[in-house]
Write a protein that binds this ligand. Structure first.
Ligand SMILES: Cc1cc2nc3c(=O)[nH]c(=O)nc-3n(C[C@H](O)[C@H](O)[C@H](O)COP(=O)(O)OP(=O)(O)OC[C@H]3O[C@@H](n4cnc5c(N)ncnc54)[C@H](O)[C@@H]3O)c2cc1C
Length: 502
């Protein structure tokens, strides 16, 4: 966007490949393309960044693949609930399980819709700017201060509170409980109820799209758009320090000693620990202490499969579902996230199974399949195994990783006919592996820092933060560690680009 407005832009990436968490590779067998990390673009499709850049990116080859069934939950007893992009159908299927749950779902979505403009401006916009404060004042006028305060209070309800007081069916509760993990929260986290509703709303509206050819094709499209607009891209350029003159950022220097001057601004998309502990080392700002106190969240574990055939689920209706959670209930999700939070390998991890081949046939040879399996609850530092079966050390070793992958595979085998027979190859990534692929994933935390409410919204990354600014003039901080937080929305970069005149 900055290059589009005529700025001279240089993009520096420390790895040899661009894209950070967007990365597609044949990591199992030739011809099987896996999104090693991020895969689902629902946040991008619903973002203002997509509204502005979508046509240009599509001109550069970005295309999305959809299915009418973005998600489902599958329980150990084989019961399942499939969610679609049709609200009436969803309400009917909830009611068929438990009369009244469908009507309550319609009420949830109706209420969210009536607050959508304000809610999404808080979740994604520049809330700490004058415009943001004007938005709050307008809402206080519209609803009264008491009404706004009541709305804010209701928004803080944890997912457990929302689900247990709204839905009688355990299956409906189990459909939404795992989704809050993808917002970096747990069913007991403050605000996770609101995030659960937002996710339901977004999945219904935009589905769970994947990029044709893999997330790497989004990176290629961005690269060629940036280059077309005159931006210069440097890979293998590990920035070691920000040059500061009289309190203002004037450029950066890489590990190899190469200097880049910046007459307008330096923009960093980093975890706070690296920004203050490395790039601004030697300076003394209050933010150094805040960066040390910044907390990272649970680790993430990825497991990828190349399959000889499409998985045949024992439960029906799952073949075309983009993302299936294997989870029993709010309690099972709560248990696995709590175990990971305490440094334990979960006894029964909550598993998210993506089936990109069912949306995008280009991911593998005809008739074959790839699975994208994510466990959002993995310990960063291991203290033990909740099941008492896997020998552990504090750090992830190759043996621990494969043993944990075996546990996941056993759960998959319970639900997919002859799973071991069709699994041609697998590749696991522990939280430590993820960090080695992308330094921003501290301890394998996929979300750039714990997303509890004290580190979100006005307070991300720090309680005194304001709109991407830092103690150094013209040095800006964006990325998942900053508001609006993680996910492929491009939100923080978009907000800053707008503020810089794009
Ligand atoms: C396994 C996994 C799965 C996920 N799945 C999804 C998903 O399906 N959908 C979704 O919406 N979100 C998903 N997420 C979250 C999402 O991918 C991230 O929140 C998002 O990509 C973060 O983007 P970012 O721009 O903040 O940083 P990053 O993607 O981390 O990019 C920052 C880049 O900066 C580079 N860098 C760091 N330090 C330096 C330095 N000193 N010098 C030069 N370069 C440097 C890094 O190498 C990296 O390439 C997932 C995350 C993970 C880890």
């Amino acid at each position: 966007m900055l290059a589009g407005k005529g700025d001279t832009v240089s993009l520096l990436e420390r790895e040899d490949r661009l894209g950070g968490c967007m990365f597609t590779d044949e990591i199992t067998l030739p011809g099987y393309k896996h999104d090693v990390m991020a895969a689902t673009f629902v946040l991008f499709l619903t973002s203002p960044a997509f509204a502005e850049l979508g046509d240009d990116l599509s001109r550069h080859g970005l295309e999305f693949c959809h299915t009418p069934h973005p998600t489902a939950v599958l329980r150990r007893d084989g019961s399942r609930l499939v969610f679609s992009m049709d609200r009436k159908a969803n309400a009917a299927s909830f009611d068929a399980i438990c009369q009244g749950d469908g009507i309550r779902y319609l009420a949830d979505m109706g209420e969210l819709e009536s607050n959508a403009e304000f809610l999404f401006s808080v979740l994604g916009g520049e809330i700490r700017s004058a415009k943001g404060w004007r938005g709050f004042a307008k809402e206080a006028f519209r609803r009264s201060v008491k009404g706004l305060s009541a709305w804010a209070g209701n928004s803080l309800v944890p997912a457990r509170g929302w689900l247990e007081t709204t839905y009688s069916s355990e299956l409906v509760q189990a459909l939404w409980a795992p989704w809050v993990l993808h917002a970096g929260l747990t069913p007991e986290s403050t605000f996770s109820g609101q995030m659960g509703k937002v996710i339901a709303f977004a999945l219904e509206a935009a589905g769970a799209p994947v990029a044709r050819g893999g997330a790497g094709s989004a990176v290629r499209a961005f690269k060629s758009l940036i280059t077309e607009r005159g931006g210069k891209i440097f890979t293998g350029a590990d920035v070691e320090s920000v040059r500061v003159k009289r309190g203002r950022a004037t450029g950066v220097e890489t590990v190899c000693g190469k200097e880049f001057n910046a007459s307008k601004s330096v923009i960093c998309s980093l975890a706070p620990g690296q920004l203050y502990g490395r790039l601004l080392k030697g300076h003394s700002f209050n933010e150094h202490a805040m960066a040390s106190a910044f907390r990272h969240g649970r680790g993430n574990f990825q497991l990828h499969y190349a399959l000889d055939a499409h998985p045949e689920w024992k439960a029906d209706g799952l073949r075309k579902v983009a993302l299936i959670h294997l989870a029993d209930s709010i309690d099972s999700v709560s248990k696995s996230s709590n175990e990971a939070e305490r440094g334990m390998l979960p006894e029964t991890p909550t598993i998210c199974v993506g089936q990109p081949h069912s949306l995008d046939a280009s991911r593998c040879p005809e008739g074959k399949a790839v699975l994208w399996v994510q466990v959002p609850d993995a310990p960063r530092i291991i203290k033990g195994d909740s099941a008492g079966q896997i020998e552990t050390e504090a750090m992830w070793t190759a043996e621990t990783k494969e043993a944990f992958a075996d546990r996941i595979e056993m759960l998959l085998s319970d639900h997919i006919k002859d799973f071991r027979g069709i699994a041609l190859a697998r590749r696991a990534y522990s939280p430590a592996d993820l960090e080695s692929l992308n330094v921003n994933l501290v301890g394998g935390d996929p979300y750039g820092g714990s997303c509890t409410v004290d580190q979100s919204l006005f307070w991300r990354p720090f309680s005194n933060s304001s709109e991407a600014t830092t103690p150094v003039r013209k040095l800006f901080h964006i990325g998942s560690s900053t508001h609006p937080g993680p996910g492929l929305s491009g939100g923080s970069g978009y907000n800053l680009a707008k503020r810089l005149g794009a």
